[in-house]
Ligand binder design. Structure first.
Ligand SMILES: [Zn+2]
Length: 300
């Protein structure tokens, strides 16, 4: 276990796929017959509980795989790929496979992928085909991109929050719990959902994804696990606007018109770029959360 952000991977599976899927695991040998090992096998040692792995079978993203335990050394499972040049000793990860509703072909996105993947140990070649290997670590940005393409949804995402919370000491205070859970899920699921509405700050043109935070309207501590992941319960905001919204110096009425707290001084209004006549687009789903924000967060 660790409380840093989650890791993401792409796994290429061939004839072993059916067995691995039905058995609920990933497996790679530590060495081949010639005692050689490869980065796409040793990458198995980086997989920890809660990590997300994108499956590739025949060039398709077919499943989202969640590691349900940390990696461990274990003999090759019976039935697994009978490739005789592999030794039997290997790394094993217990995993949940979730079928993707809209499988995508990686090659259709090869230009985006070539920009998003690392230069070293890249999962795909310049023609968009998979490199000859098993497991490749990818960046959170790359993972966000893929989640966006397949409609992002993870049926177990609410369970994951619950699971992580259950593992924490019960006497931990709420702020600390929130910090750990958010770091563990990398803010990724919620942020990906918000990206559907556009990839810039709700209040200004900043569109560098590194600077955008998925900011909750009804605060995390007051929300249940469904509300914590509801894309209507928040906005993507740049650092300045996130701070102002999070601490209640600004809010919005049901028409989307900005409300500015009387406690916000003119200097801050000017230099934190608060446009006092700003109106944002709202959908029906946003409104109940904004009611909560106005009543419980906004500094009247
Ligand atoms: Zn902004």
């Amino acid at each position: 276990m660790r409380d840093t952000s989650m890791n993401y991977f792409i796994v290429f599976q061939g004839q072993s796929y059916t067995d691995a899927r039905s058995g609920g695991y990933l497996w790679a040998p530590t060495k081949n017959e010639q005692s050689q090992t490869f980065h796409y096998w040793t990458s198995m040692t980086k997989v920890l509980k809660g990590d997300l792995i994108f499956n590739s079978v025949g060039g398709l993203l077919l499943d989202l795989i969640t590691a349900t335990e940390d990696n461990k050394e274990q003999e090759k499972p019976i039935n697994f790929d009978r490739n005789e040049s592999w030794r039997n000793h290997g790394w094993y990860v217990k995993a949940d496979y979730i079928r993707v509703n809209n499988p995508i072909r990686y090659i259709d996105y090869k230009d985006d992928i070539s920009k998003l993947q690392a230069q070293i140990h890249a999962p795909f070649n310049i023609n968009g085909g998979g490199n000859q290997g098993y497991l490749y670590e990818i960046s959170e940005q790359f993972a966000d991109f893929l989640l966006g393409l397949i409609g992002h949804s993870r049926p177990d995402e609410v369970d994951i929050i619950q699971q992580i919370e259950n593992e924490l000491p019960p006497d931990l205070d709420t702020t600390e719990k929130e910090r750990i859970v958010k770091t563990r899920i990398g803010q990724g699921i919620f942020k990906t959902k918000l990206l559907k509405f556009g990839c810039n700050c709700k209040l200004c043109p900043i569109n560098n994804i590194d600077f955008l935070t998925a900011s909750h309207t009804k605060p995390w501590k007051d929300s249940n696990n469904h509300e914590r992941l509801d894309e209507y319960n928040g906005f993507l905001l740049c650092p300045a606007h996130n701070t102002l919204f999070d601490r209640g110096y600004i809010s919005f009425n049901d028409d989307g018109r900005i409300m500015v707290s009387k406690f916000l001084d003119d200097q801050s209004i000017m230099f934190l770029n608060v446009q006092v006549d700003k109106v944002i687009d709202l959908l029906e789903g946003h409104k109940k959360y904004l009611t909560h924000h106005r009543e419980s967060v906004f500094k009247q």
